[in-house]
Design a binder for this molecule. Sequence first.
Ligand code: DGY
Length: 356
Amino acid sequence: MLRGMPRRIAPSPRILVTIPLSAPSLRRLAAAGPVRDLSPRGGRPPLARLPEGARASVEAILCTITDRIDGALLDSFPALRVVSSFGVGLDHVDLPAATARRILVCHTPGVLTEATADLAFGLCLDAARRITEGDRLVRAGRFHGWRPDFMLGAEVSGACLGIVGFGRIGRALARRARGFGMKVIYASRSPAPREVERALGARRLGLGALLRRADIVSLHVPLRPDTHHLIDARALARMKPTAILVNTSRGPVVDEPALVRALRAGRIAGAGLDVYEREPRLARGLARLDNVVLAPHLGSATVSTRAAMGRLAVKNLLCVLAGRRPPNPANPEPIGSPPKKNRAPGGARRSGLRRG
Ligand code: DGY
């Protein structure tokens, strides 16, 4: 600062933002009060770096799935009213802790359904037809011409697709599978309405039966204590040796070292993964396997979907600051709705999926 110049004091922030947002979104937020934009300057979660003094005035945080929001962090923001997360998954937020502090948590379901189902179906095709494996081979100069027995994969058309978790994204995947003449079976804690099952030609089975029957198993459950390692060594052993596992949900739903062992031993034929147990790190040996396709958490990564997520996260936040009900509260208790059903003691909801 030059001597003699008046010192500009940054106003105390009302809103904190941890991700890069579009200029229009930032302007909409700024109309509601001073915004502090912490969006990425490094690997560490920026929220934890904010000096204590700057936390006192913060009423709203717009964060994302890589920000850990636990009781201790919430306690360090005494005026906090809303955490609006850019993303659908909520495993990074301690919801009971937020509810106990009467802090509303919002997320962005709905707008990323189609993009995520597209990616899941892409991974089904890629892993079954060995597209990425073939790409590596061609680039390495190991393609020596067409042969009738070269790089044979599994037929996707007409195969049996097992969808684990039959919410929005699972159903959107089923719609795609219909177009490929696939047989669709699903496992979920509660049955889908009859008309949905009929429209999608989908039949509900227990997880064990699904794993035994499906040619491709695609995971669409949220990460909760009861879905952690839902696909473990035992579940993998139930799958066909020709089967493919696709995961676009959350990494810890799969026991990744067990998956590496199963892929290496040929206990299942292949996998397509978009998420990892200790993201962004991979289980030892995973990257060396040829029968797995590895995507860098791209489920919702399209230009239009990410823009829609940003708009919805901003809308959720602004509604709460304006005293209105936001479109997507994840813990409606602080604004007076009855507590969610199906919540197990300790705040974890039960999936109703019996383990494979
Ligand atoms: C989510 O929203 O939870 C995804 O994992 C990122 O889009």
